[in-house]
Design a protein around this ligand. Sequence first.
Ligand SMILES: *[C@@H]1O[C@H](CO)[C@@H](O)[C@H](O)[C@H]1NC(C)=O
Ligand SMILES: *[C@@H]1O[C@H](CO)[C@@H](O)[C@H](O)[C@H]1NC(C)=O
Ligand SMILES: *[C@@H]1O[C@H](CO)[C@@H](O)[C@H](O)[C@H]1NC(C)=O
Length: 100
Amino acid sequence: MAVCLRCGMWSLLFCCVSSHLKAVLAEDSEICENLRLGQYLCKDPKIDEATQEPENCRDTTAWVECLPAPNISCRLSNGTEIKFNGEEVGFNKTIPCRNV
Ligand SMILES: *[C@@H]1O[C@H](CO)[C@@H](O)[C@H](O)[C@H]1NC(C)=O
Ligand SMILES: *[C@@H]1O[C@H](CO)[C@@H](O)[C@H](O)[C@H]1NC(C)=O
Ligand SMILES: *[C@@H]1O[C@H](CO)[C@@H](O)[C@H](O)[C@H]1NC(C)=O
């Protein structure tokens, strides 16, 4: 009984460690949209003078282009991994049209 309990704990530990490892490895090539705040900058939307809303509004959302920070590597939506130099667009982010 005591032996089984112990091996149960070991396999639990092994399980935790390996899932942690997996998480670390996956972080290498995360999808650009999943970058944390501070790892990218998004352009300001162009505001339409007449409506005071972003120019590319459709329904209630618009989008802006986001640029990952220099030396950030992530996957584009087409699956290609790129190391960014801070000037390339990595992904589009949707934003609400009002209250920008
Ligand atoms: C990016 O990485 C290169 C090569 O490792 C390094 O020379 C450069 O200073 C880094 N740039 C930034 C902004 O961290
Ligand atoms: C994905 O898009 C990037 C940028 O448009 C391009 O350089 C790359 O070749 C594309 N990869 C594939 C597999 O289509
Ligand atoms: C962002 O959206 C625009 C317009 O739909 C498109 O031309 C552009 O390729 C998109 N960029 C990315 C990185 O998805």
